[in-house]
Design a protein around this ligand. Structure first.
Ligand code: NAG
Ligand code: NAG
Ligand code: NAG
Ligand code: NAG
Ligand code: NAG
Ligand code: NAG
Ligand code: NAG
Length: 549
């Protein structure tokens, strides 16, 4: 008897295996990893991409390994299935996160990397011997943001396919977040900065394996946004990351802050870990407190993330804060840098420090600035209040709120990024290295709304670079405008050109030229080649300068 359903399911199997999915096995130091070739066909992109999701690079950091250095993954004898997303690190997801990231599952066992590359044309996709490429491709190593408290390589917005379609190998790394990744316990048993050690182990994994994926370990560009940009900056400072990358892209973030003291000293970090232990009934007086904290459930521990999660300096990973590293010339100076900010970085910060819909008065503005000072220390609070409230209608709540956004954005994101890049540019070897700086002055309406940023009221918010850098209009075209699409095309080219050569085309200019003039690229779709000067004269080079330098 003719079985129509059987025929139909046979057809589906044939179509999906011939058209969409092919297994790609590669032997790595973690074992044989099985990815798949996907044929992406949207109205703007037609590309074959090999995608590996969730390759383990470290042993699960659980039980006795919680709060300690990551341990390289012991090679698996079985083939590792890298065709499906795995768990993301423990965090608390907001509504915006769910919109931007898609569905994520969380667990402490989260130390994975993803890899994307163009499917090699000349070799059958099932080959295991791809190291016979005649030319290895540059590698772009992505570090996501989220304040060291959130984010994931499995987030929809960090899909590396569109970048890979430009001829680079894209890698992204999960790292421990919040207390799991940053609690400082005062000894080698809980040395702090673990999220950064995770990233470092990921970079070492790339050094040891990426040639098998057709990537060139001598041409690695690390790039990140927000806390990912903090991370990039910290790898530039770290002696342990030396030689693991050649270029760096910092999008909106740097931890070069207070020149006079670490924003979070080791003593303060230890005190807050002890306070947390008391909260969790793991009394701090007892020398078994770390053992006790290792017994607390991940669901309980994730609730203990405070407002601000920061690394500690004066540690093997980070011996010196940036100002001192520049002074002593002790940082990874042999790199090219592309760095920048968005026009209105403070959007998120004003939501955090001033309640979302409440009326903001001059009084609450002042209180919020005091609160910032209690975190960042030694701010000239009165002078800053006067500066940012100058010519402001003091009964216009929205205007006051926006001025707070400007102040907080300048402090936490803009000036730290700008002054770090400027210092690196000044100390570079002009014939060998390039340093570029941009200000993003255009945002996608559609992406803005997804991320709770109203383009008219809030401007170009923190994170608005993401859709262009990851080519999201190519991957998920619905909702994006024609301008967004065109702008994405330039951006993908610039970012991957930088990864390939360390240089950008003549639409850009070196941040600091020989006559010491500072040039900032006005990155927007209205004018491909606009360069601006004196952007930060009053702010970063003005009222804030003595705070940083
Ligand atoms: C993978 O490489 C390791 C180390 O070179 C080797 O011992 C192992 O047999 C290889 N596995 C496969 C399946 O080729
Ligand atoms: C800590 O102990 C108190 C008193 O025994 C108890 O009420 C509380 O639930 C405990 N807290 C946690 C996080 O276990
Ligand atoms: C704030 O206002 C917006 C728009 O008016 C509204 O959608 C949102 O629910 C409000 N949020 C709160 C916490 O009241
Ligand atoms: C100041 O803001 C208030 C509230 O929005 C408004 O009613 C008033 O007209 C504004 N004053 C000026 C001088 O713009
Ligand atoms: C990336 O986007 C493409 C096109 O939309 C899709 O086929 C692919 O599954 C996505 N990959 C991930 C990991 O989301
Ligand atoms: C997008 O680019 C195409 C070709 O480069 C151009 O013809 C078109 O006018 C651009 N559209 C917009 C809206 O900028
Ligand atoms: C773009 O900006 C440059 C200045 O940086 C200017 O010379 C040029 O005329 C501008 N082009 C357009 C189309 O506005």
């Amino acid at each position: 008897m003719f079985n129509f359903n059987l025929l139909l399911s046979l057809l589906v199997v044939v179509i999906s295996s011939s058209n969409n999915v092919n297994a790609v096995d590669i032997n790595t130091t973690s074992g044989v990893v099985r990815g798949q070739t996907i044929h992406i066909q949207t109205k703007l992109l037609d590309a074959k991409i090999d995608q590996w999701l969730g390759i383990p690079y470290a042993e699960p950091p659980v039980g006795d390994l919680r709060f300690t250095y990551p341990v390289p993954y012991k090679p698996s004898k079985d083939v590792i299935d890298a065709t499906k997303a795995k768990d993301s690190c423990m965090q608390t997801l907001s509504d915006v996160d769910r919109r931007l990231y898609g569905n994520l599952t969380l667990s402490e066992d989260c130390l994975f990397i993803n890899i994307w590359r163009q499917t090699p044309p000349s070799l059958p996709p099932t080959t295991t011997h791809v190291d016979s490429y005649d030319s290895l491709k540059p590698v772009m190593f992505w570090i996501f943001g989220g304040g060291f408290r959130g984010g994931s390589i499995f987030a929809k917005v960090y899909n590396g396919s569109a970048l890979a379609a430009q001829g680079v190998v894209v890698v992204s790394v999960n790292y421990r977040l919040g207390q799991f990744g940053f609690m400082y316990g005062g000894s080698d048993e809980a040395p702090g900065n673990l999220g950064l050690y995770d990233q470092l182990l990921g970079l070492q994994w790339v050094r040891d394996n990426i040639h098998r994926f057709g990537g060139d370990k001598n041409q690695v560009t690390i790039f990140g946004q927000s806390a990912g940009s903090w991370s990039v900056m910290l790898h530039i400072l770290s002696p342990l990351s030396k030689g693991l990358f050649r270029r760096a892209i910092m999008e909106s973030g740097s931890l070069m802050l207070n020149k006079d003291r670490d924003v979070l000293s080791k003593a303060e970090a230890l005190k807050s870990a002890h306070e947390m232990a008391v909260q969790l009934n793991c009394s701090a007086d007892d020398d078994k407190w770390l053992k006790c904290l290792r017994g607390v459930s991940a669901q309980e521990l994730v609730k203990q993330n405070g407002l601000v999660i920061l690394p500690v300096f004066d540690s093997p990973f980070l011996p010196l804060r940036a100002q001192l590293a520049f002074e002593k010339n002790l940082y990874n100076s042999d790199i090219d840098l592309l760095a920048g900010i968005t026009a209105n970085e403070g959007h998120l910060l004003k939501q955090i420090f001033l309640k979302q819909n409440s009326t903001v008065t001059v009084e609450s503005f002042k209180q919020a600035v005091q609160q910032l000072d209690s975190i960042y220390h030694n701010m000239d609070v009165n002078k800053l209040i006067e500066f940012y409230l100058k010519n402001v209608n003091q009964s216009d709540s929205r205007e006051i709120k926006n001025r707070f956004g400007e102040l907080a954005g300048d402090l936490a994101l803009k000036c730290s990024t700008y002054l770090f890049a400027k210092q690196l540019a000044k100390q570079r070897q002009p014939t060998k290295q390039n340093v570029y700086f941009y200000e993003l002055t255009y945002g996608s309406d559609y992406f803005g709304r997804l991320s709770d940023c109203n383009p008219i009221l809030d401007g170009v918010c923190h994170g608005e670079d993401i859709p262009f850098v990851f080519g999201l209009p190519y991957l998920y075209p619905d909702g994006y405008s024609q301008v967004d699409i065109n702008f994405t095309q330039w951006t993908l080219k610039w970012w991957t050109d930088f990864a390939k050569t360390g240089k950008l085309d003549s639409n850009w200019a070196q941040m600091v030229s020989s006559d010491n003039v500072i040039k900032v690229k006005d990155w927007n779709p209205r004018n491909q080649s606009k360069i601006i000067q004196h952007v930060f004269d009053d702010t970063c080079d003005g009222i804030w300068k003595s705070y940083y330098l």
